[in-house]
Design a protein around this ligand. Structure first.
Ligand code: ZN
Length: 199
C-alpha cells in the first residue's frame, strides 16, 4: 500500500507537468526500496519523459534497435516511435544494467507510470523491455525476480482510438485491475496491469 501511495503521489506530480499527450516515467523498486526524486543508488526513478520525446533503442523503427514484432505494423511503429515510453524504457534499462543488477539481491519491480495507458505499440515495447531485462539479469549472473507493471489513472481501463487518421490503437490494458487508494483522505483508483512473468 505504501508503494501505491508513493506511486500515486509521484503520478499526481507528473500530472501537473501540464503538457497534453502521454508522458511517463518509471519507478524501479529494488528489494522493496522505493525511490524518491533523484535516487539512483539503490533504486531509481527516471525523469518524466514528455510527449514526443521518444528516441533510441525502443523506437521499433531502427535497424540497430529492438526488433519490431510481427503484430505491430510498420505504420503503428512509426506513429508511436516518439512516444514518451520509448525514452523511459531505455532510461530504466540503462540504470538496471549499469547499476540495478549489481545492487539488487532479491527483487526488482519496474513500474511504468503514465497519465494514459500505453498504446498498442508501447505495450509491445514494454514486453520487449521485460524480455531484455530478464536476459540482462542472466548475463549479469543475477537471480532476482523481475516484475513489470503499468499504472495509470484514466476513467476506463482501456480506450480504443484511431491514430494518425487511420491506425487503430488501444491505450491501456482491458485486463488492468482497478486498485482503489485512500491516502490522507484523498481517494481514487489506479489501473494496475502486471505483465505475465517470463521467469
Ligand atoms: Zn505509445
Amino acid at each position: 500500500m505504501r508503494e501505491l501511495a508513493v506511486v500515486h503521489q509521484l503520478a499526481a506530480k507528473d500530472h501537473q507537468v501540464g503538457e497534453p499527450g502521454l508522458y511517463s516515467r518509471i519507478m524501479v523498486i529494488v528489494d522493496g526500496n522505493i525511490p524518491s526524486q533523484g535516487d539512483d543508488e539503490s533504486c531509481y526513478l527516471t525523469p518524466v519523459a514528455a510527449p514526443k520525446s521518444g528516441q533510441g533503442y525502443y523506437t521499433l523503427t531502427r535497424a540497430d534497435g529492438a526488433e519490431r514484432p510481427a503484430e505491430i505494423s510498420v505504420d503503428e511503429a512509426k506513429l508511436s516511435q516518439q512516444d514518451s515510453e520509448v525514452t523511459t524504457l531505455l532510461e530504466a534499462y540503462d540504470w538496471m544494467t549499469g547499476r540495478g543488477f549489481s545492487v539488487a539481491a532479491q527483487s526488482v519491480q519496474v513500474i511504468l507510470i503514465s497519465n494514459i495507458g500505453p498504446c498498442t505499440g508501447c505495450k509491445a515495447r514494454l514486453r520487449i523491455f521485460q524480455d531484455d531485462l530478464v536476459a540482462a539479469a542472466k548475463d549479469a549472473g543475477s537471480a532476482v525476480s523481475i516484475t513489470v507493471e503499468s499504472v495509470y489513472d484514466t476513467p476506463e481501463a482501456s480506450l480504443d482510438r484511431t491514430r494518425g487518421s487511420k491506425i487503430p490503437t488501444t491505450y491501456g490494458y482491458p485486463d488492468a485491475v482497478r486498485t482503489p487508494y485512500d491516502i490522507s483522505g484523498r481517494q481514487g483508483a489506479y489501473w494496475v496491469y502486471r505483465l505475465p512473468s517470463l521467469q
